[in-house]
Structure formats: structure tokens, C-alpha cells
Ligand binder design. Structure first.
Ligand code: GAL
Length: 820
């Protein structure tokens, strides 16, 4: 007995030693999973879910091995019988993930957790056959403690059951453990989950006053806390402090700003009787934000107009499966347009997404829900709201509250409660809840009910957001002169990249569709929405408006308005003739309505720019010389016919030439945002525009009639990638004529082959109607373009060689280097 005790003490000492050195560990738990599906299966059949799938002893050797993040629905197939609004993809069903891992004896005494950044949805977690916890909301990040059931020194089995009911979303939710998963081990005394709260109560040029509040678990009278701050990434400690509630002074702080997103790192060390038992680091920024009713949004005291977009969570051909590089590319493209703000419609994003925004200088409005108690679809969040809203809001805020990019918390979008007194009470309760967790940022809701700006609902939030109500900005301001206002959703213009239909009409409502595409003259929008110009005009008339969040930055899977319903009589066409035409088209196709992804994006599902990109760029980057002509100039069937030409430019005037002949010089009028030559008669050749600003030559663009498809051109966004098994190269595949010009309207199918240490992760084209699989090695181009996404292989460096072939177009080759 005595000896055993001595041995235990020794062991404890040894363990404590290692705990001291490696107080906390956080390792990726993404690899080595096995997966099986039950319930609704991808092929439309049903598979019974047996009992006991959580058991540690279950033989799962015939389950599919895979890595996380994983989206089971993006694997397809697209099915005609599935709803358009969720992308015609089989997200519905039950999925089980199982993994074994060993926890060494030396971890005895530690607390063990699994951190899941996002699992769609209704996650239940089991460890060694025992239920450990659950988290139903598919967009929440959460932690489940495993300690009690862990077998130290042995193999452990973790099992996660997910259940995606049908009719749970208005857009494509994806399915599966679609974000990262971590195994976290701590000493008994440790910083609680997301337990460090950093605020900057006073920011001066000479001094940043940083407050660090720490929540501890297992603390004793002998527990102490130390902090130090250094510039993120490198650099010396600039200040130190002590205590669970500590003020640290940073001399001459470098402020976080969208132009210079400077970050600091706070290192928090927990000691027990002087021994280090936990260390955590949190990045933060020193900056001030203020929302005003007259001067708009102030960042570090400077008025910054929010040039924002709404973004859903999917990453196009990758589906919901999170990938940091794919998200970074989205943000890069948005920044190129001059976008400086993102609203994460209508749910909390992946943690890395917010992190990227903080690093890249992008403002973020993090949104919680698309509904409260009153639902929008049969199985949406409304049934979870009563029991879970508090925990979900807490999780959302605690996870991201140190991120300087986050400037607003949205408690909901177009909630049904806007016009009901009891709904106002819910909104008030949610705002109070948010403020109790984070008093430093305002609350907001995206409101589509016009009464919500005057019936008292507006008073339940700090900053008021109207969805699609540019005509109400003025009256809102008159009625609420003290309340900051912005367009939480604007435009909702729809277009298909490279599609143009004639005659061109200013009737915004959905006319001029063709073969389930939408014309790209950027004049088309559903009845509740607008073209970009109308929103710009309202924003310019009402300069106090904080800015806008365009619906949407990128096309997303699902909600293919105007083709968003599987019943012809529900197509959103105002024009009866148009509807008749579409009905005939459906009959001809013998199909249901094929579209499966949205037309709202400024960029398409692959991140290819639509024309609209340039009307926003012209406005949001007024100092960058730019001119953009639309449409393309390949109209053999339109010779002699009127074919309007529109130009987006950051200049104020432009002259258009067709085959060297001037078609006139035009100046933007007051509150005009595009230049139009509406009576151009088509002749093949070259269109050229010369733009002027303040009468000086400013920018040019040309659009040429091309020859027939002659070759394939490949262009990688990055030709050097990291061999970490996660990094990506996005390769644009262009169908070119002999001169290398993109051939509009070309839809050649391209086959891909890849050699070397990489794989084709996905392909796409930006065609919202295509039912081709995203997980393939061939793709039909859509209006001259398609995309290949190549991923490196973990730990394997070398040349990745991609070749592309297509009938009559020969072979194109491209090399990417994968390097450690
Ligand atoms: C809004 C809604 C968005 C999206 C959009 C399309 O009403 O909040 O989620 O559906 O319409 O225009």
C-alpha cells in the first residue's frame, strides 16, 4: 500500500512536471475518422439506423474512412426531386462519425475536451459508448467535456451522431462535421473555454488601455494570473500585468484599421503555487468604433462608409466543408472590389473566417439566426430557439469577442416577430443578453417589415438595419433622429455571368430570363429588391446611412430566385408572357426546375467576376482608374440589331467607339452610376471605351468579337502552395480563341488529369443550372470559364502537374509547386 502510494506521488510529480511544461495542448482531431450514413440516403432510398453505433466495441471497419472538415451533401448527386432552395443536394439524413485515439497515461489528471467548430446538425457526442453531450445548432462552435469517460493509457472511441431533417433551411446548409475539430487537454486549473475577454476602454495616440478579464476553472486560493502583450506574430513584449481582471497599458499603440489591420497577442499564464498550469494566447486589436446617427460609422474616429456584402457559409464547389484558403480567396476578391465589410448571413461563421477578417482588415457583422420562435421552414431553428438561444448567443459572442474585425452583433434576420408586441419583447431580451456578454458592440437585426422602423421594434436594437428599403431611409431618420441606420440587405440584383437577353428592359422584375439564366445587364431583381443603382442613389441622398450590405458577395448554393420553386406556377415572374415561355421550356426539358444555386452573387459560385463586380468597384474604389464594358461582343445573330452597351467606370465621363467610330461621349448625371449607350447597332469588331475623370483621360476598356474556340488557357491563382494537405490552388480554365481571348458563350467540356503530390478537390463553372458533380475530373465551361481546385497532399512536396484537354482544343498544361 505504502509502495503504491509512493509510486502514485512520484507519478503525480512526473505528471505535474509535464503539465507544468505543456500546460495545455490543442491538437487537430481532423484525421482518421470513419463515416456512415443512415435515414434519407443520397440516392433517395432510406437506410435504417441500427442501435448501438456509439459503442466502443462496434466493428466500423467497413465504414468509409475520411478527413474532416467534411460535407456529406456536396458529394451529391444533384436530384431533380430535391428542393431548389437547398440546392437540389441530399443534405437530409443521419450521419455517424467515429474515431479512435489514444490518451496516454501521462494525461491522467488532466481535463479532456472535444471542441467542434461546427457540425450540421443536432450533434450528439459519445465517448466509449457513453453519452457526453450535444449541441443542436449546426452553425455554433461548442465544447464537450470527455474527461469522465476517458480511458487513460488506452484507446478511446469517440462517436458523433448528426441528424439533418429536411425542410430545415431556406438555403443550402450542407451536412456533416464541416468545420475543424480539436482535442484539448488542460490542467484541472485552467482558463475556461473562450475565457479571456479583452477590451480596450481607452485608446489614445500615446496609450492603449487594454483590459483583460479571465474566467478560470478549478481555481484555488493559490491560483494567480499573469499577462503579457506583444505585437502579433513577432516582436518583444510591450507590456505586462497581473490578475484575473487586469489593466495593461500599451504605449503608442498601432491601431487596428481596415487599411492596416495591426494585431497584438495577449498571452495569459495561469500559475498554481507559482507553477505554470495553463497558457493561452488571444489576438486582439486596439481600435475604437462608434455608430452615429449623423456621421455614420466611425473607426478610430474616422468616418468609414460600410461597403459591405452578405455572405452565406458555403464555399461554392467545396460546399460547406470549411477551408481557410478558400475563405481567404473569397475575402481577397471582395477586397479587390473595395468591399470593407461582411455580414455573415444568417449565422455565425467558422472561427477562421472571422480570424481572416481581423488579419485582412475586413469589418464583420456576425449574425446569429434566421428566425426566432416563429419559423420560416418546418424544421428550422424555431423549435430550438426556446431552449438554446441563450447558449447559442453566448457561444457566438464569447468565441469572437476579441476579434477587432467584429463591429456588430446581429440577433436575427427578417424575423417574423417584427410586427408583434411579444416579438418586440423577444428582441429586447436578445439585445439585453448580447449587451450583458459584450457591452462594447451594438446590437442589430435585419428588418424587412416596413413597420419595424416605426412601430417600436427599432428601439429594441442599437443600430437599425433595413433589408431592401432604400425608399424608407429618409422617413426613418425623421422618426428616429438619434438612431444609426444602414442597409442590412441591399440590391438582391440577379444575374448569370456572361448571359445577356434582348431587348434590354428597365423593368426590374425578372423579365428576360432565358433557359433558366438571368440577364447580366444588372437591371433584374425580384419584386422586393433593386438594382445596385437604386441603392447607391438612396445612400447618396442620405449620407448619414452607415452603408450597405449587398445581397450577396458570392453566389451561394440554394435559393436560385427567380427559379426557386419546384412548381411552375410559383415561378416569380411578373410578366405572364415570360412565365408562359418558361413553362414551355420546362415541358421541353421534361424536368423540374433545374437551378440549384443563387443568381444574387456579385461573383459567381466559382468566384468569377460578373459584370456587377465593376459597378461596385467603380463606386467603392473611386480613386482607382477603371472602365468595364458589357455585354460581350459575339452576336452573329444580331448584326444590324440594337444591342445596348453599358459601361461601369470610376471616371465621370466616357466615349464609346465601335470599330473606331465614336458613338458619343456621355457624362454621368447627378445620382447616375452607369453610362449607357442604349441604341448601339451591333456590328462585329471592337468596342472601345475611353473614360475621363475631371476631363482628364482616366481608363480604357475594349471588348472584341472573338474567333471560335481554339485552345484552353490555364491560370493558377497561386503556383506555390503549402504541402500541408489543406492548401489550395484555384485554377481558372479559359476557352480561348487563337488570339487568347475568352470566347463568350463557349461551353466546351474539359477533362483534367493530375500528377504529383496533389488532388483535384473540386471543379465548377458558375452555371447555376448545372447538375454535373463538383467532385469530378471534367467540367463543361460556362460562358468560357470553368474552375479546378487543387489541394496539396500532406507532407509531400514536389511539382503538381495539371493537364486539360477538350475535343478540338488540344492540351494545356500547368505546374504548381507544393512545398513545406
Ligand atoms: C431576403 C432574405 C435573404 C434572401 C434574400 C434574397 O429577404 O433575408 O436571406 O432570401 O431575401 O433576396
Amino acid at each position: 500500500m505504502q509502495r503504491v502510494l509512493v509510486f502514485c506521488v512520484l507519478l503525480t510529480l512526473l505528471c505535474t512536471d509535464s503539465v507544468r511544461l505543456e500546460a495545455r495542448s490543442r491538437e487537430s482531431l481532423n484525421s482518421g475518422w470513419r463515416f456512415a450514413r443512415f435515414g434519407a440516403m443520397p440516392d433517395g432510398t432510406t437506410r435504417a439506423e441500427p442501435e448501438g453505433l456509439e459503442n466502443g466495441t462496434l466493428d466500423d471497419s467497413d465504414w468509409r474512412p475520411l478527413y474532416l472538415p467534411h460535407d456529406w451533401a456536396i458529394e451529391g448527386p444533384f436530384r431533380d426531386d430535391l428542393p431548389n432552395r437547398t440546392g437540389k443536394l441530399p443534405y437530409e439524413g443521419i450521419g455517424w462519425y467515429r474515431k479512435t485515439f489514444t490518451v496516454p497515461m501521462s494525461d491522467r489528471g488532466k481535463r479532456i475536451f472535444i471542441d467542434i467548430d461546427g457540425a450540421m446538425s443536432r450533434a450528439q457526442v459519445y465517448i466509449n459508448g457513453q453519452y457526453a453531450g450535444q449541441w443542436p445548432y449546426g452553425y455554433a462552435s461548442f465544447r464537450i467535456e470527455l474527461t469522465e469517460h476517458i480511458r487513460f493509457g488506452e484507446e478511446n472511441t469517440i462517436a458523433v451522431r448528426l441528424d439533418n431533417p429536411g425542410e430545415s433551411s431556406r438555403w443550402y446548409p450542407g451536412g456533416g462535421i464541416y468545420r475543424n475539430v480539436w482535442l484539448v487537454k488542460t490542467a484541472p486549473v485552467h482558463v475556461a473555454h473562450w475565457g479571456v475577454c479583452i477590451t480596450t476602454p481607452e485608446v489614445r495616440e500615446d496609450l492603449g488601455n487594454v483590459r483583460a478579464q479571465v474566467e478560470l476553472e478549478g481555481a484555488t486560493a493559490a491560483t494567480t494570473v499573469r499577462h503579457e502583450i506583444r505585437p502579433s506574430g513577432s516582436g518583444d513584449v510591450v507590456t505586462r500585468g497581473e490578475g484575473e481582471d487586469c489593466t495593461l497599458l500599451v504605449p503608442s499603440p498601432r491601431l487596428w484599421d481596415i487599411e492596416s489591420p495591426h494585431l497584438y497577442t495577449l498571452r495569459t499564464t495561469v500559475l498554481e503555487e507559482g507553477n505554470v498550469v495553463d497558457v493561452v494566447e488571444n489576438d486582439f486589436g486596439i481600435r475604437t468604433i462608434e455608430f452615429t446617427a449623423d456621421r455614420g460609422f466611425l473607426l478610430n474616429g474616422r468616418a468609414v462608409k460600410m461597403n459591405g456584402v452578405c455572405m452565406h457559409h458555403d464555399l461554392g464547389p467545396l460546399g460547406a466543408a470549411f477551408n481557410t484558403r478558400a475563405a481567404e480567396r473569397q475575402i481577397e476578391l471582395l477586397k479587390e472590389m473595395g468591399c470593407n465589410a461582411i455580414r455573415t448571413a444568417h449565422n455565425p461563421p467558422a472561427p477562421e473566417y472571422v480570424d481572416l477578417c481581423s488579419r485582412m482588415g475586413m469589418l464583420v457583422q456576425v449574425e446569429s439566426f434566421d428566425c426566432w420562435k416563429a419559423g420560416k421552414t418546418e424544421n428550422d431553428y424555431s423549435s430550438l430557439f426556446p431552449e438554446w438561444h441563450k447558449r447559442d448567443i453566448e457561444a457566438m459572442i464569447r468565441r469572437d469577442r476579441n476579434q477587432p474585425s467584429v463591429v456588430m452583433w446581429s440577433t436575427g434576420n427578417e424575423v417574423r416577430e417584427q410586427n408583434k408586441p411579444e416579438g418586440h419583447a423577444v428582441s429586447q431580451m436578445l439585445s439585453d443578453l448580447v449587451r450583458s456578454i459584450d457591452p462594447t458592440r451594438p446590437t442589430t437585426v435585419g428588418c424587412n417589415n416596413q413597420n419595424s422602423g416605426k412601430n417600436g421594434f427599432q428601439k429594441t436594437v442599437d443600430v437599425f438595419g433595413y433589408n431592401y428599403k432604400p425608399h424608407l431611409y429618409e422617413s426613418f431618420q425623421k422618426n428616429n433622429p438619434e438612431q444609426p441606420l444602414y442597409g442590412s440587405e441591399t440590391a438582391s440584383t440577379v444575374s448569370s455571368r456572361g448571359e445577356y437577353f434582348f431587348p434590354v428592359s428597365d423593368e426590374k422584375h425578372m423579365g428576360q430570363g432565358g433557359y433558366f439564366q438571368v440577364s447580366s445587364y444588372d437591371l433584374t431583381a425580384p419584386p422586393w429588391a433593386n438594382n445596385p443603382d437604386i441603392e447607391f442613389e438612396a445612400q447618396d441622398r442620405c449620407p448619414y446611412v452607415i452603408g450597405e450590405f449587398v445581397w450577396t458577395g458570392f453566389d451561394y448554393i440554394g435559393e436560385p430566385t427567380p427559379y426557386n420553386k419546384d412548381s411552375t406556377n410559383l415561378l416569380n415572374f411578373a410578366d405572364p408572357e415570360e412565365r408562359q415561355r418558361m413553362e414551355k421550356e420546362l415541358e421541353r426539358l421534361g424536368s423540374k426546375i433545374p437551378p440549384r444555386s443563387s443568381y444574387f452573387g456579385i461573383l459567381d459560385l466559382c468566384g468569377f467576376k460578373k459584370d456587377r463586380f465593376y459597378i461596385y468597384k467603380a463606386r467603392w474604389r473611386p480613386d482607382l482608374p477603371m472602365a468595364h464594358i458589357l455585354p460581350h461582343w459575339n452576336w452573329p445573330e444580331r448584326i444590324g440589331k440594337v444591342t445596348p452597351v453599358h459601361v461601369y467606370t470610376s471616371g465621370d465621363e466616357a466615349e464609346l467607339f465601335l470599330n473606331g467610330r465614336s458613338l458619343g461621349r456621355k457624362k454621368k448625371g447627378d445620382l447616375e452610376y452607369r453610362l449607357r449607350w442604349d441604341d448601339v447597332v451591333y456590328q462585329p469588331g471592337e468596342l472601345k471605351v475611353v473614360a475621363y475623370k475631371d476631363a482628364a483621360r482616366w481608363a480604357e476598356d475594349t471588348m472584341k468579337t472573338t474567333g471560335a474556340p481554339a485552345k484552353i488557357d490555364l491560370r493558377a491563382d497561386r503556383s506555390l502552395i503549402d504541402s500541408d494537405g489543406r492548401d489550395l490552388s484555384f485554377i481558372t480554365v479559359q476557352i480561348s480563341d487563337a488570339q487568347g481571348l475568352l470566347v463568350p458563350r463557349s461551353n466546351n467540356e474539359v477533362q483534367f488529369e493530375l500528377e504529383g503530390p496533389g488532388e483535384i478537390l473540386a471543379v465548377g463553372s458558375g452555371d447555376p443550372t448545372s447538375h454535373e458533380s463538383f467532385q469530378a475530373s471534367k467540367r463543361k465551361a460556362f460562358n468560357g470559364l470553368c474552375l479546378v481546385i487543387v489541394r496539396s497532399r500532406a507532407g509531400e512536396s514536389g511539382e503538381i502537374r495539371l493537364s486539360a484537354t477538350s475535343d478540338g482544343l488540344g492540351k494545356a498544361r500547368l505546374q504548381i509547386e507544393s512545398k513545406e
